[in-house]
Design a protein around this ligand. Sequence first.
Ligand code: NAD
Length: 527
Amino acid sequence: MTTETNILTAAGKMPADKTAITDTISDAISEKTARRILSNYVGGRWVSAQTFGLLDVTNPASGEVLARVPLSGVAEVEAAVAAASAALPDWRARSVGERTEFIYALREKFRQRIDELAASVTRESGKVPSDARAEITRSIEVLEVACAAPMTMQGRILEGVARGINTETIRQPVGVCAAITPFNFPAMVPLWFVPFAIVYGNTFVLKPSEQVPLTSELMFHIFEEISLPCGVVNLVHGAHDAVNAILDSPGIRAVSFVGSVTTAKYIYRRAAENGKRVQALGGAKNYMVVMPDAVVDKTVSNVLGNAGQRCMAGSVLVTVGSAQTAIMGRLKAGAEKLIAGDGMDVKASLGPVISSAACERIHEAIESGLKEGAELLVDGRRPGGVPAGGNFVGPTILNHVKPEMRVAREEIFGPVLSVMHVDTLEQAIALVNSDPRGNGTSIFTENGAAVREYSRRIEVGMVGVNIGVAASPAYFPFSGWKDSFFGDLHVHGWDAVEFFTRKKTVTSRYFSAGETGKFFVEQGDKH
Ligand code: NAD
């Protein structure tokens, strides 16, 4: 393949028309020397990928090309797996306390460099600074939870399963682990996995989203600064080829994935077929049910804070009975107050979406909703005052959406809220449970009985009560149900130790104790 045919657009797809392809290619060639090409981090060294395939990494608020990311393949992944395998014996032989010291050091570095990390998230993902900072704060929380390894990695022992015999279960590392991560949390999602994996004695290969590789690069510089032994963590940039190489690599024992439903299903199937342990988190459609007794002002602020590029974003609001009259006016007024703009602009409360392709997809979804009979309550299709070249969609509310409409069936992953109306809690539960996904949901009510009924019957992994984004803290498991999750063990909390360790059961007895009354065996003793 030539350099030209390998250069794609930032969204990872060839542009639809040939002129655009030619433009992309000639732009890429003319700028090639001016724009930094990212390196992989393998065995403690920054190394160039052996590929001519490159993607532009852009700032979604301006279209500015920030760097070029190489599309690594089998050779690069296998080099990283070899480095991680070579590092494994020494790393797992270190004491759990010594490994935990590295996580303490990481936590300190992340706290010191929170602004720099948050700015990197904003620059490549478009997230507004308050969201970017919240992301780094949650990443620090994950590091803190991983520091409990000397407690969480403990096994169990039963004395006297038979006379003089004990049985114990110990936890050991799984081996080389890998993660494949999405664009919308460039720091937090990789850190859902790396700290737990390494503190439990595994070594690691990370393939971050090709759309946001820069924050991973920065985090790996931090890993280098704390002198993590060479090969314990490895970074391989790329897209589908790198992912397939991870899924097929015999050296990788466990794969963690976060991304869309279609990819999650594919990853789960292929990795499991190859005998790996897998946790694959997919996309979402999160319903927020507003009961007639909800505290409306608080509900509105919760609801509006969620619409966007988050797997826990509230994307469908369901009013029950008279909640409709109470909430719609305030919902509209609240949405209209949101200001779309560059995250670096202090006035902006809503950043851009990740790519022009995402922007187009969201516009198409809105248009399809209108064609299918939804009513446009707030129109964000042409937000005013946004920077040229950015991928902006303003806050949008579609009212009277029906479950069979495309906007209800697909994950829009943008600042678009669909509103549906039902008469009873029973109907609301049936509606939410009819969705194939089940990541997060919230109910807004002061009625404890309604909360109990909803929480018990809802087919969703994370439930919020008067809380819009019910993302579990790092010391609890995080994950959805149904098409939002493929696997058995969720992310962080107690599930992290289960996923990143293998249990071994040892049954033992010693002949020197007990019968002879001596605690050593002498030559000639008969047993
Ligand atoms: P995506 O599925 O397009 O990409 C995720 C990763 O998979 C990337 O690293 C990408 O390189 C790789 N990939 C994509 N298509 C592939 C293919 N065909 N073959 C091999 N590898 C492939 O997801 P995205 O657009 O980066 O992220 C947004 C999605 O992630 C949304 O659906 C969102 O709901 C979901 N998400 C879910 C959670 C959760 O906790 N469930 C958290 C964050 C994001």
